[in-house]
Design a protein around this ligand. Structure first.
Ligand code: AMP
Length: 398
């Protein structure tokens, strides 16, 4: 168990109850997860290595993409890239089963950018479950497509419609967005997908968990029958299979999911008794010298807000991210976390989905996640791109 070596007395005002109604639109019922599943030593990072069969130079893609990949600092393809890019470049439909952080963005971005560069009348749509993930995909595509003249229209909620309509009118051939806002544009006839030949669904399992199935089907029905599809998901389910069967014939499945939890994340529990002990224990964890950058997960928007405020009152540089925050506030919080202006980000699952901040040392589950799948997703935020990370889960002594 994680040692609270710097214990202080319990006289501090603690955060009160962290409970409340869970308003997430979840299909999955809450699981009771045995705390033993939150404890696991990290495998040495070297065991996560993969011997790729290709170099980026081997791929039949536009020379500009090759030089942009090199400039981005990618020397060899990750496993999902190694196994997917050739299929994607050949126009195949691909189902990629891969955890977050495996390099799946470039795995689909390189083939679709290649087609967009080579065929001036081609169009691609990327659907992501959250605004943050959509923004991150656009950022990666912008770097990979540098000097090609391509630019993306980002269709996400919380941002003015006007700019998005202008980008669409100006003929952006790469469209990246979240299901609700894409559907809004389709309904307003500001987006026409009848000639869109490529579609990517990223984090499909999350998208369905968040209740987007009908929106996704609505959008996919607007595509021409002949199109190339990429489906990426950390897990598969009959519902996902049905979606793939309907919208993507003869898809090739590439599975690079190696373990149920991130191998390079050291996992442990922090046992507490009562709310005052809980916040004090968190305080004690956060002042450990190896705790450099921490993403804390809480269950409710209200609880997350309150915890962040309490941490600030205790002198920690902390911000919160949850569904009640505007897009601008969420972006500012994420940027200052990325730039190390704050060391602690407190978030709900939905707000944190898809966050790719490289140097998170610790993920703390202040509230136990709803499902083990959520747990795996949360702790995947630490120890990304081969670096060791730590995950600590707060468990009530009961
Ligand atoms: P993703 O799973 O696409 O979110 O990627 C996770 C992280 O790995 C991102 O920071 C990427 O920039 C990085 N990455 C992706 N592909 C490679 C590669 N071939 N070599 C090194 N880093 C990569």
């Amino acid at each position: 168990m994680y040692k609270n070596t710097y214990r202080r007395g319990p006289s501090r005002p603690g955060v009160q109850s962290f409970s409340g109604s869970n308003r997430r639109n979840r299909k999955n019922a809450k699981q009771t997860i045995d705390p033993s599943r939150f404890i696991k030593a990290a495998a040495p990072v070297s065991t996560v290595g993969y011997e790729p069969k290709h170099n980026f130079a081997d791929f039949e893609m536009h020379p500009l993409l090759k030089s942009n990949v090199t400039n981005k600092g990618y020397t060899v393809p990750s496993e999902i890239q190694d196994k997917t890019i050739t299929l994607g470049l050949a126009g195949q439909n691909v189902v990629g089963i891969a955890n977050t952080g495996t390099g799946k963005t470039a795995a689909f971005a390189l083939p679709i950018l290649n087609t967009l560069m080579r065929n001036p009348s081609s169009q691609a749509l990327v659907i992501a479950p959250t605004r943050e993930l959509a923004i991150q995909i656009e950022e990666q595509c912008r770097i990979l497509a540098k000097n090609s003249g391509l630019s993306a229209a980002v269709l996400i909620g919380g941002m003015p419609l006007g700019r998005q309509k202008r980008d669409l009118k100006d003929g952006s051939r790469l469209i990246i967005g979240t299901p609700g806002r894409i559907k809004d544009h389709l309904n307003q006839h500001t987006l026409d997908l009848s000639h869109c030949g490529m579609v990517v669904l990223d984090e499909v399992d999350r998208m369905l968990d968040m209740g987007f199935i009908n929106d996704v089907r609505f959008i996919l029905e607007k595509l021409p029958t002949e199109h190339q599809a990429f489906f990426f998901s950390a897990t598969m389910s009959p519902e996902i299979n049905a979606l793939i069967d309907t919208f993507s014939r003869d898809a090739v499945t590439v599975n690079v999911k190696v373990a149920e939890t991130s191998q390079n994340v050291h996992q442990d529990v922090v046992r507490f008794s009562g709310n005052v002990d809980k916040i004090d224990s968190l305080h004690n964890v956060l002042i450990q010298p190896n705790v450099q950058k921490t993403l804390i997960f809480g269950k409710t928007k209200h609880g997350v807000e309150r915890l962040s405020r309490e941490l600030r009152a205790r002198g920690f540089k902390s911000e919160s991210m949850h569904g009640d925050k505007s897009q601008g506030q969420r972006k500012r919080a994420l940027d200052s976390f990325r730039d190390n202006q704050i060391k602690v980000l407190v978030a709900t699952d939905v707000a944190a989905r898809g966050i790719d901040v490289k140097d998170i040392t610790h993920v703390i589950n202040y509230d136990v996640p709803q499902t083990y799948d959520d747990y795996v997703h949360r702790i995947g935020r630490a120890g990304r791109a081969g670096q060791a990370g730590y995950a600590l889960t707060f468990v009530d002594k009961g």
